[in-house]
Design a protein around this ligand. Structure first.
Ligand SMILES: Nc1ncnc2c1ncn2[C@@H]1O[C@H](COP(=O)(O)OP(=O)(O)OP(=O)(O)O)[C@@H](O)[C@H]1O
Ligand SMILES: [Mg+2]
Length: 383
């Protein structure tokens, strides 16, 4: 299957929800997955990703709402009548069948006898042409995973659902397979809906990411847009790391001025929540890599117009491409700063007094009526 899929259409979820007794696993959800896109459902354990995916597959009956594909309502279709295939975390290959018979399975079941050509194409697509006669136990995890993908794709589904398919792989192989799956998706042009709790994985692979939290989609967008413009503290903290500083709005307009940590910080009005008004509270956000660190002795050299916060380094870790600093300041007890290792200032060690400074344009504002730590590491269990 080297041709791009042209028929079919968008997957549309309308008011879809799932309750188990009195527990709501998925709150009424409206979601459109454009045809041919690579879509990721991202969220912590238990947030409702698998349940959502299973409702698309028809493996779980929706409590309310509808699922449609290309404008056709498929809510009441049994799983095997939906043009959808699923790849699960446990690949569930048939152990007694070799690779090519595993891939041929869907065709054989439909009574198709001459499978060689299609199986050959599929094995080429997942780059396993030389492994056709091996049994699953003679393959690595990544190779087994590719067999599972080929076995699903040979049925020409309109939509491929992937539930943590890389979960069992070690980090390096995961990275490799992320790029590999992305390549396959681009080549076949089928809609992929990929479930993961790994934010890097979602951002690497997907055109669009839906960030789920507690059975709801908190925000949906392109990876860079979600990263640069998080709208909730959960998204700001779950997708990478954010410094969130509590402040009070001094003035609004094209630029917003906030009083925070004993000083003033600026940010674009367009990056503030619509509820922002003078005198109100706001959370000022900035990503660690946007911040520069200057020793206090050199503070006079910092250009005008930058946001500044003074503090003291409490911790630093050298991780090769960057050094990650933790800074204690009136603006926050553990501000994170990532500095690229180009010219390292040997004075920047724990105990040093520093000025953190950054371009106000790189600052976002969030509604202060949220838990500041939502979605942060170690908060997932509590959430
Ligand atoms: N059959 C069931 N009966 C009762 N509760 C269920 C059932 N299946 C799932 N749940 C609950 O629904 C919630 C969502 O489950 P789901 O499997 O969708 O989470 P998930 O986001 O896929 O998590 P994970 O990353 O751990 O796979 C969880 O709190 C789970 O305990
Ligand atoms: Mg799951």
């Amino acid at each position: 299957m080297t041709q791009k899929q042209t028929e079919g259409g968008d997957v549309r979820l309308t008011g879809i929800s799932k309750t188990y007794g009195s527990f709501t696993a998925v709150h009424p959800l409206d979601l459109t997955v454009p045809q041919g896109s690579f879509f990721a459902l991202l969220g912590a354990s238990g947030c409702g990703k698998t349940t959502t995916l299973r409702m698309i597959a028809g493996l779980e009956e929706a409590t309310t709402g509808t699922v449609s594909l290309g404008g056709r309502d498929i809510t009441d279709l049994p799983p095997y009548k939906r043009p959808v295939n699923t790849v699960f975390q446990s690949y569930a290959l048939f152990p007694h069948l070799d690779v090519s018979e595993n891939v041929a399975f869907g065709l054989r079941r439909r009574g198709i006898k001459s499978v060689a050509k299609q199986v050959g194409e599929m094995l080429d697509l997942v780059q396993l042409g030389d492994f056709a006669r091996r049994k699953p136990h003679q393959l690595s995890g990544g190779q087994q995973q590719r067999v599972a993908v080929a076995r699903a794709l040979i049925n020409h589904p309109q939509v491929l659902l992937l539930d943590e398919p890389l979960g069992a792989l070690d980090l390096k192989l995961r990275r490799q397979m992320q790029l590999e799956l992305k390549r396959i998706q681009t080549e076949v042009g089928i809609t992929f809906v990929h479930v993961t709790h790994d934010q890097e994985e979602a951002m690497t692979m997907a055109d669009t990411v839906a960030v789920m939290n507690g059975g709801r989609v908190e925000q949906l967008g392109a990876p860079a847009d979600l990263y640069e413009n998080p709208r909730t503290t959960f998204v700001a903290n779950f997708l990478g790391t954010s410094n969130l500083i509590e402040g009070q709005i001094v003035s609004t307009g094209t630029d917003v001025v906030v009083s925070a940590g004993g000083g003033k910080l600026g940010l674009p009005g367009g990056r503030c929540p619509s509820s922002a008004r003078s005198g109100g509270k706001v959370l000022v956000g900035v990503r660690p890599e946007k911040i520069s660190l200057t020793h206090t002795d050199d503070a006079a050299a910092i250009p005008d117009g930058r946001n500044r916060v003074t503090g003291r380094i409490t911790d630093s870790s050298f991780i090769g491409v960057s050094t990650q600093y933790v800074v204690e300041s009136p603006a926050g007890t553990a501000l994170q700063v990532y500095e690229q290792n180009i010219e390292r200032d040997s004075r920047l060690v724990p105990g040093a007094d520093v000025v953190l400074h950054w371009n106000p344009e790189h600052t976002f504002g969030l509604d202060a009526a949220q838990h500041i730590d939502a979605g942060a590491e170690g908060m997932e269990e509590a959430a």
